[in-house]
Ligand binder design. Structure first.
Ligand SMILES: [Zn+2]
Length: 142
């Protein structure tokens, strides 16, 4: 069929994908209950945060949910002044990467602290918080 030939447009096609959240809905449920969860491989014991369904070390898909205590130490931080559109109404905020005592690194906002007090090595704790109808996690100083 050549481009110059007469043609009709078909009805628009809509593709809908079913994206499985089954494996991770537990994470969000537990967050609402005040618990931050990781997954731990039954095969080799590696701990994952954010949770994963399959182990990248031994390729096992046997994972257990484990609650993180949330205590950790800041390894890196940045202060965000130029915010994305969706955060424009919020004041500038600080983001940190902290290594938890369980060994995993967590990237999250650090609240309830002045920027001048933030240090690498600072002790922080992961807390959950309900914002609107969503549960989130963030760090606060210990
Ligand atoms: Zn494994």
């Amino acid at each position: 069929m050549g481009i110059g030939l007469p043609f009709l447009n078909s009805k628009p096609l809509t593709l809908t994908f079913k994206i499985p959240i089954n494996g991770f809905s537990r994470f969000f449920e537990e967050l609402k209950n005040g618990r931050v969860m990781a997954t731990k491989c039954r095969g080799c014991g590696k701990l994952y945060f954010p949770p994963v369904a399959e182990c990248g070390e031994c390729f096992s898909s046997g994972m257990d949910w484990v609650e993180l205590d949330g205590e950790g130490e800041v390894e890196a931080f940045t202060h965000v002044v130029v915010r994305p559109e969706s955060f424009k109404r919020n004041p500038p905020y600080t983001l940190v990467v902290a290594r938890l005592k369980e060994g995993v690194k967590v990237f999250a906002k650090l609240s309830n602290v002045d920027l001048a007090e933030v240090r690498v090595g600072m002790k922080v704790k992961l807390k959950t918080k309900i914002v609107g109808d969503e549960a989130i996690y963030e760090f606060t100083p210990v």
